[in-house]
Design a protein around this ligand. Structure first.
Ligand code: ZN
Length: 656
């Protein structure tokens, strides 16, 4: 039974192109590595390799009849239709090969994401979704040839879905979501224009391929190609064992990938090389870790070795290096140097690289890193699709008190639909408020005739007024000084950060943490929405030394200001956690220049501030209270130093 074109050139028979093959296989193990961008001139076998990959991706067990190829074993990712069907009885299963779906450069957004049938919704009150290419590609491969020629907006949509594993379609207040976890492969010829830099670094991996130079290899390529063209069936039969073996290896790697561990030294080495190369943001660090885990799984190991990191790092970093006039030509050398020096600094033993590459972990703590537990439940799906109502109800009224979560009126069709008004939308317009329109038409129905369930006239049409939800950025400034209780304070603040981040995705909040101790403040965690990153950064919290409270608050404020520049609508919050026994820069009060500058700046800033006093002495003489008063911040004496209490205290103030 030929379920795909019978004759695809075997993946195992591709000569050379080791990095390309590795990049493809890593994504086949864990699609959340983020896809591959393959750059190379014409005739470099880019598309041959991609098509060959489809043949070795393990067959899928899918819910029979599901339009989104849901995985029967992963209820957390099921589409709404499967959830409904499951209530009526067990879901039938079937097995089929993984698909390779081509996304043509000319595709429209509707073709890619699918369409919601509004007319059907109006007539019958039932939401009908016509699946697009995302649905077809779920759990398979989505291939975009000439991705550099694709509309930026579509590339953006593509990368979003690839990163989230979910496709969400929203039209007229109706929304529909379904799983869309696919291996994204984009190919391009750099001579025909590049991908915009903003989009470039959102591809997990990038491979630059060149023609094969070795004469013997070239001869072998021609020989194999001719054999395949002469008799594809016979040729594929020759390679069937190698292909089956690779398929089995991938299947095992997929099972293993969730439990592969990565030690702290590895994470440190990764962080060092990224810092060394001046790579912006943390996506590179996370992608290297994820790809290294996939590499270990592919090798059959239970732990990431430095060999894994070395082989994946160039794939993650090559397209993220900032080009400078001095460095442009020598990127590979810079990279190689950063990678090797990251490991040479990694320990006191001279041969650290050798010692660690044997596939055995060191004796240090090798707690599994949460960011790699991609198959552990529905975590990567940030919401449950089934909860969306047919017609978006008016959301609960938002409180707009100062400092609380705010919403701003949105000029375009993005943002959340909060109310409607008559007459602004045309019937063709894209922003019709369907629910309000129906409500307006309903009282007229007895007087109107027609074959539709509801007869709507132009005068009934209501337009949507949308507001865009605005997140808060919350920076904790935590006293890590040697005063009593520094450890428990740090621990509680850390737990509060993690707790606030749990639902940060829906709330669009970002949370950061500054520690102040010794004679300075330290940014432990820049504002982020990522729980994984926070977990990573908050593993070792520094405590001990004196208390430069003012420096800590200033640093926190600076972080908020950076975030406010990025998004003017953000609601900034500074949460200071201290017992107020400041003894550096504050001279026991507000006498120092630092302290006065801090208080003035905080007072003048847009940030809302709360000082959480963890001390137990009299309130009247509390240093924390003094600071709060000077900076015009709210003062709260904590009754217990506990992460949930802190998180709750902050939530109450944010509202929502
Ligand atoms: Zn389904």
């Amino acid at each position: 039974m030929a379920t795909r074109p019978a004759h695809t050139f075997p993946f195992s028979a591709i000569v050379g192109q080791e990095t390309l093959k590795l990049a493809l296989l890593l994504n086949a193990v864990d699609p959340l590595v983020g896809g591959v961008l393959v750059r190379g001139e014409k005739g470099t076998a880019k598309s041959t390799a991609v098509r060959a990959l489809a043949a070795v991706v393990p067959d899928l067990t899918v819910v029979d009849g599901c339009r989104f190829s849901c995985d029967p074993a992963d209820p957390g990712s099921w589409c709404e239709e499967c959830r409904t069907r499951r209530e009526e009885g067990p879901l039938p299963k079937t097995t089929r090969p993984a698909r390779l779906v081509d996304l043509p450069v000319s595709a429209t957004e509707d073709r890619l994401v699918g369409t919601l049938d509004l007319e059907h919704a109006l007539k019958h009150g039932i939401r009908r979704f016509e699946p697009g290419l995302f649905a077809e590609a779920n759990r398979g491969i989505l291939y975009v040839d000439e991705v550099n020629l694709l509309d930026d907006h579509l590339v953006d949509t593509l990368l979003d879905a690839a990163a989230m594993g979910v496709n969400t379609v929203q039209r007229e207040g109706i929304s529909f979501a379904h799983p869309a976890r696919f291996i994204l492969v984009g190919t391009m010829n750099p001579e025909e224009g590049d991908v915009r830099p903003q989009l470039l670094d959102r591809f997990g991996l990038c491979v630059d391929i060149t023609g094969v130079r070795d004469p013997q290899d070239r001869v072998e390529i021609v020989r194999r190609r001719r054999a395949f063209d002469d008799d594809a069936t016979a040729y594929c039969r020759e390679w069937i064992d190698a292909e089956d073996e690779l398929k089995m290896r991938l299947r095992h790697a997929r099972v293993r990938v969730g439990s592969v561990e990565i030690a702290d030294e590895m994470l440190m080495a990764i962080a060092r090389m990224c810092a060394d190369l001046g790579v912006d943001g943390h996506r590179a660090d996370l992608t290297i870790a994820r790809a290294a885990v996939a590499s270990a799984a592919l090798e059959g190991h239970t732990h990431v070795t430095d060999e894994d990191v070395r082989r994946v790092a160039p794939l993650v970093l090559a397209h993220r290096l900032r080009k400078t006039p001095f460095h442009e030509e020598s990127s590979p050398e810079r990279l190689a140097q950063a990678v090797s020096s990251a490991f040479s600094e990694s320990g006191d033993s001279e041969g650290a690289g050798e010692a660690q590459s044997a596939g055995t972990p060191g004796d240090g703590d090798n707690a599994p890193l949460l960011l790699v537990d991609s198959d552990d439940g529905p975590a990567p799906h940030p919401f449950t699709p089934a909860e969306e109502p047919l017609v978006a109800s008016l959301d609960r009224a938002r409180r707009t008190m100062s400092g609380r979560r705010q919403e701003t009126l949105s000029g375009d069709s993005r943002g959340r639909y909060t109310r409607s008004e008559p007459g602004r939308a045309s019937t063709q317009g894209s922003d019709v408020a369907l629910d309000a329109t129906i409500r307006a038409a309903a009282p007229q129905q007895t007087a109107r005739e027609g074959d539709m369930a509801i007869n709507v006239r132009r005068e009934d049409v209501r337009a949507k007024v949308r507001t865009r939800k605005v997140g808060a950025t919350i920076v904790f400034c935590v006293d890590g000084s040697g005063s009593m209780g520094a450890d428990s304070r740090m621990q509680a603040a850390k737990n509060a950060v993690l707790e606030l981040l749990k639902d940060a995705y829906q709330r669009r909040d970002r949370v950061g943490l500054v520690s102040f101790r010794g004679d300075d403040a330290e940014t432990v965690l820049s504002p982020t929405a990522s729980v994984e990153l926070a977990q990573l950064k908050l593993r070792n919290l520094p405590t001990g030394g004196a208390t430069p409270l003012a420096a800590g608050m200033l640093r926190g404020l600076e972080l908020l200001e950076i975030d406010m520049r990025r998004n003017a609508d953000v609601v900034p919050w500074l949460v200071v956690v201290t017992d107020g026994r400041a003894n550096v820069g504050l001279s026991g009060g507000l006498g120092s220049e630092d302290a006065r500058a801090m208080a003035a700046r905080l007072r003048a800033s847009k940030a809302q501030a709360v000082v959480l006093d963890t001390g137990s002495g009299p309130r009247a003489t509390s240093g924390a209270r003094e600071i709060a008063v000077a900076a015009n911040a709210e003062y709260v004496r904590l009754t217990s130093i506990d992460g949930s209490v802190i998180a709750d205290t902050v939530r109450q103030r944010l509202g929502g």
